[in-house]
Structures are given as structure tokens and as C-alpha cells.
Design a binder for this molecule. Structure first.
Ligand code: ZN
Length: 317
């Protein structure tokens, strides 16, 4: 199994949260779960994003990042993953005045000894007055590309800060040769996806609302641009109204390169196996989705071939 869209801060285990709080003398709220898990009554992406406040409070040192990455990899290995791309935004971890690079080095230290291939995607953030921070994230992605970092992303409140505002950032990413994926078509409509591919995005994060623009869908199909879909999360943020209305199977049948991912294992209380179950995927569909994930991975072709050979028994570790 492969997870290409997995946020570190949204995927901390309860055990690690308690341990980090103890190490840092932080008192956790009681009960804890409502602060870190999306409520069934979650109204939108903005409300969903509030579940990241507490995890972020605990992840403000390189050592905390090291522990978080290492703990997540251990759990992914136990769940039988073959490959994962873990993403986080270094600029959200500088409240204690560590530099983004020190925070990244902490996360990279957490990759050491991983029992299966894992890489990091660095997220730039939608927001006000963080242009310099985004530029610094891009610089780090360029400097550490192929050394644990595989790509850049744009995350945050898509409905408030539209994708079109980030043209310069991604022009610079293209110039620097850093591949990127962009969260688009989740809280905003297909125009956001159109902007992302105009910038040169290699993949689209979510892309749920692509079906609203058939011409754009045909373009994404023709250009074989992968979509990183995250069913439970997409339901919680109201990107779709119901599971019956979820477009994954439709996209798959149209031939789009769709992939299934978790987004946030803790905030969405899910796992990759649970996402497969939720969609009642057949072994044939799982095979197809995994094949797409390998194609979409930010990996050298040689490593992709190794992963392809595992497709014969997709649910085996
Ligand atoms: Zn995401």
C-alpha cells in the first residue's frame, strides 16, 4: 500500500501526543479527542483545520519533529505500507524561533532507519504576509531535493486564499527544478485546479471538484495528471455531500490517474485500509489505484519498478 498525501501534524498517535506534552510540560485538554479529531458535525475545511492547533503546539522543536516522523513511520510499517510521502509545513513549526531548516533537519533525522522508502513533501502555506516564509520553504525543498525531500506543496485555507495568488512562488519552483503538488479543488472549485496545472503542478491534492468542469477533466486525463484523493477527509470538509456522491469510481472509470490516500490519520480517524473499505473497492480497483500511486510517486524510475513488482499481491506487506 502507498500513501502519497499524508500530513504529519494531522497524523500523530495519541501516545506520542501524550509523550510530547509530558516532555514539554504542556497540560493537555480533557477530554483530548475533540481537540484533535474532526467532529461528525464538522462544517468545512476551516473548521477541520482547527484540529491542527494542538498538534502544532507540540511540534515546535527539531526533536519533536524527529520523534513524530519516526513514530509515524513505525505505525505505517505496521500497517503494511510499501512507500509513503509525508508532508508538513516547516514555517508552522518556528514559534520557538527555530529556523525552518533546523525543523526540517529534525524531520529528516526521523527518516533515518525507515524500514521502507519514505520521503518528505514540504508545504508552503496559503496565508497573509508569509511570502518570505514560503520562499524559504522553496529554498529548502531545492537544497534538500533527493536528500529526503521529494517535492513542494501548497496547503491551507483554499477558500480564503485562492491559488492564483501563488503564481510567482510556483514560477520560482519551476525555475529551481522542484516538482510540486497543490491542494486544489477541495474548498474551491475547478478554477483552482486549472490554476495549479497552469503553474505546472505534477499532481493535484484532492481535485474532488474537477467534475464540475468537463473540459478541464479531459485536459487532466490527456495530460495524465494524478489526483491525490482522500475520501474520509473530503467528506469531513464537505468537499462532497455524501459517500454516494464521491467521484472516485467515476474518475477511475473515466481513466483518470486517481490515487487513494489518508490526508490525516488522526484528525480523520482513518488508515489506508479503512479508506479502501469505505469505498468498497474490489481487488481489481485496488490494483489499479496502487498502480496509479506508483506512477504518481515522486520517485526515480528504478524504485518505481521495484514497487511495481509488489503489485502482484497488493494487500501483502
Ligand atoms: Zn492535505
Amino acid at each position: 500500500m502507498i500513501d502519497l498525501h499524508l500530513h504529519l501534524d494531522g497524523s500523530l498517535s495519541i501516545g506520542l501526543i501524550e509523550s510530547l506534552a509530558k516532555q514539554q510540560h504542556i497540560t493537555l485538554p480533557e477530554p483530548l479527542l475533540p481537540s484533535i479529531q474532526a467532529s461528525p458535525r464538522c462544517q468545512d475545511l476551516n473548521e477541520y483545520l482547527r484540529c491542527f492547533d494542538l498538534p502544532l503546539l507540540l511540534l515546535q522543536t527539531p526533536e519533536a519533529l524527529r520523534q513524530a516522523v519516526s513514530d509515524l513511520i513505525r505505525r505505517l510499517d505496521a500497517a503494511g505500507l510499501w512507500y509513503a510521502e509525508i508532508r508538513f509545513a516547516p514555517q508552522l513549526h518556528t514559534q520557538k524561533h527555530y529556523r525552518q531548516e533546523e525543523i526540517l533537519q529534525g524531520a529528516l533525522a526521523g527518516l533515518a532507519g525507515a524500514p521502507f522508502p519514505v520521503q518528505l513533501i514540504l508545504c508552503c502555506m496559503r496565508g497573509d504576509q508569509n511570502e518570505a516564509a514560503n520562499q524559504e520553504t522553496l529554498r529548502l525543498a531545492a537544497d534538500y531535493l533527493g536528500k529526503g525531500v521529494c517535492a513542494l506543496d501548497l496547503a491551507g485555507a483554499e477558500g480564503i486564499f485562492p491559488t492564483c495568488q501563488y503564481a510567482d512562488l510556483f514560477a520560482a519552483a519551476r525555475e529551481a527544478g522542484v516538482p510540486f503538488t497543490i491542494h486544489a479543488g477541495e474548498a474551491a472549485g475547478p478554477e483552482s485546479i486549472r490554476e495549479a496545472i497552469r503553474f505546472g503542478a505534477s499532481r493535484i491534492g484532492h481535485g474532488v471538484r474537477l467534475r464540475e468542469d468537463p473540459a478541464l477533466l479531459d485536459e487532466i486525463l490527456a495530460r495524465e495528471i494524478p489526483l491525490e484523493m482522500c475520501p474520509t477527509s473530503n467528506l469531513q470538509t464537505r468537499a462532497v455531500s455524501s459517500l454516494a456522491d464521491y467521484p472516485l469510481r467515476d474518475y477511475l472509470q473515466k481513466g483518470l490517474c486517481v490515487t487513494v490516500n489518508t490526508d490525516n490519520m488522526t484528525v480523520s480517524q482513518t488508515s489506508l485500509a479503512q479508506e479502501y473499505q469505505l469505498l468498497s473497492l474490489t481487488p481489481c480497483e485496488i490494483h489499479q489505484l496502487l498502480s496509479h500511486s506508483i506512477r504518481a510517486a515522486f520517485l526515480p524510475e528504478a524504485v518505481k519498478s521495484t514497487l511495481q513488482s509488489r503489485l502482484k499481491n497488493p494487500l501483502e506487506k
